[in-house]
Design a protein around this ligand. Structure first.
Ligand code: ADP
Length: 495
């Protein structure tokens, strides 16, 4: 090979090429001296040496072996000897060899990657070794920094009781931080598999939440959900998991990363609060029902009275009692929204008829608005009639509540491909775009001057949204501040 090269390349060109090659030394295989025959400029620069002091001398006279890494496997002498004996190329991917800096008079930390290639002579024995060295200090530092920041992030996560995990979607390998084991109720040193974890999730939540979110996350790239899990001692706990899906260059999902937080305590608080609301509302219902009954009796008894004040007072009392009844029903419904407690009684019914009944009911409570309904021909949906009625009532009472007396409220019902859309529009105060998506959160109420005198608890739209989602439908709003609002929901039609 070298014979071919020198016959093709004149000696001076060969020298120029070698001088300009990155960190290279040409070493003679004259064990144990290993005489240096040539050095590239780059090699001289990284070792802070001069060509005259290097070329022609034994490698270990110039670079004493004891200065190199203590590990004999990667010391230069063992590498060169190995190349001569095995006749094979030998690489040392990374090793540390500190360099003396004459400016600071100190050694500075340096990392190198080196390879030793045999060059054979005419007798087919290893005659030379080509030793190439690359300074990889920057790469090593970057890697160390990445490892350090990763472990710091992990520490930070552990300090906030967050567990972290990483799932390889191709081979299903599952890596997790020790906190995850504790969150699932195991001793911290126990090794668990993804399968163990999955088996602990409540089966309903597995089906309705985990699998749905998983498929969704493959499309959207992220997920966030809460599920119930059972510890080995059969106690019930809640976890919240949040994370991202990483894709390869072909947009195929390859990894899922995330955090898990134990939210059992806050869930238990929430349940206690819901239980309290449910109990208090239940207790309030009985006296209220009897007040309502007495009011109705009085209204009947005084129907022929000439006294205007009595009529007005009874009408107002009736309106207030109805308001209170609706509120209490709302609170009772809210407490029923815990996972597993929300049951839909599906049946076929005509949505037009339900809208008409809802309008009649709201007209009965007394208001000063004009409600118009653009009905269509019979449209059968399969849903929980009472609950959908509750959504329509909420839209209607809000339309009245948040618009001026005498203004118009329009209800319409449209059929689109396989779906029915019900819309309630008003000419009222409207909602700013940035508030619109928040209206469906529990206890959310817009805060502004106009809202100050309008009472409410911000649970009606939350309940409506839960009901519509329970039917696999969609709920939404279109509005501009000061220009009225249109609330709508979409339901799949009966097959
Ligand atoms: P509540 O009316 O008891 O506050 P809801 O959950 O029914 O509770 O509504 C939440 C919030 O949405 C209301 O507080 C109000 O700010 C806003 N909102 C609802 N309907 C309308 C509407 N038709 N026009 C303007 N704002 C509305």
């Amino acid at each position: 090979m070298s014979a071919t090269l020198t016959s093709v390349l004149p000696q001076n060109i060969f020298e120029t090429v070698f001088k300009n090659s990155p960190g290279s030394l040409l070493i003679m295989a004259d064990l144990p001296r290993f005489t240096i025959l040539a050095a590239s400029d780059d090699y001289l620069e990284i070792t802070s040496s001069v060509r005259e002091e290097v070329v022609g001398r034994g490698f270990f006279e110039v670079f004493p072996d004891e200065d190199v890494d203590e590990d004999v496997r990667i010391s230069a002498r063992s590498q060169f000897t190995k190349v001569v004996n095995t006749r094979q190329k030998s690489d040392v991917p990374a090793y540390r060899y500190d360099m003396f800096n004459p400016e600071t008079n100190k050694y500075t930390e340096h990392y190198w990657s080196c390879s030793n290639t045999p060059i054979f002579g005419t007798d087919n024995e290893v005659a030379y070794i080509l030793n190439t060295v690359v300074d990889i200090t920057e790469e090593v530092r970057a890697k160390e920094a990445a490892i350090e920041s990763e472990s710091r992030l992990r520490l930070a996560a552990e300090a906030t009781s967050l567990a972290t995990w990483d799932l390889n979607l191709e081979d299903q390998s599952f890596i997790y931080s020790p906190r995850l084991v504790e969150i699932f109720g195991h001793p911290v040193d126990r090794a668990i598999t993804l399968d163990d974890v999955r088996k602990q999730v409540n089966p309903d939540d597995m089906l309705n939440i985990v699998l749905t979110s998983y498929h969704e996350s493959l499309k959207t790239g992220n997920y966030l959900y809460e599920v119930r899990i059972y510890w080995p001692d059969k106690s019930l706990h809640w976890i919240k998991t949040q994370g991202i899906v990483l894709k390869d260059e072909k947009k195929q999902p390859v990894r899922m990363l995330g955090t898990i937080l134990d939210i059992t305590e806050s869930k238990r608080d929430e349940i206690r609060k819901n239980d309290f609301i449910a109990m208090a509302s239940h207790e309030l219902k009985t006296p209220l029902t009897s007040i309502k009954a007495y009011l109705q009796l009085l209204t009947k008894k005084l129907a022929n009275s000439e006294d205007d004040f009595t009529h007005t007072a009874l009408l107002k009392a009736n309106i207030q009692v109805n308001k209170m009844t609706n509120l209490i029903h709302g609170f009772l419904d809210l407490s029923k929204l815990e996972p597993g407690k929300f049951h839909l009684k599906l049946k076929d019914f005509d949505i037009n008829k339900l809208i008409e009944d809802s309008i009649a009911e709201i007209n009965h409570t007394g208001h000063d608005h004009i409600i118009e309904f653009e009905r269509v021909k019979r449209l059968t949906v399969q849903a929980d009639r009472e609950k959908i009625g509750q959504v329509i009532n909420n839209f209607l009472s809000n339309a009245i509540k948040y618009s001026d007396k005498g203004s118009k409220v329009t209800v319409s019902c449209r059929r689109t491909k396989g779906y029915v859309k019900v819309l309630v529009s008003d000419e009222g105060i409207g909602i700013k775009p940035k508030e619109q998506s928040k209206l469906f959160q529990r206890f959310y109420r817009v805060e502004n001057e106009k809202m100050k005198n309008i009472s409410g608890f911000g649970i009606g739209l939350y309940l409506a949204s839960e009901i519509i989602q329970g039917h696999k439908g969609k709920i939404g709003v279109k509005s501009e501040e000061g220009k009225g609002a249109t609330f709508y929901f979409i339901l799949p039609l009966a097959a």
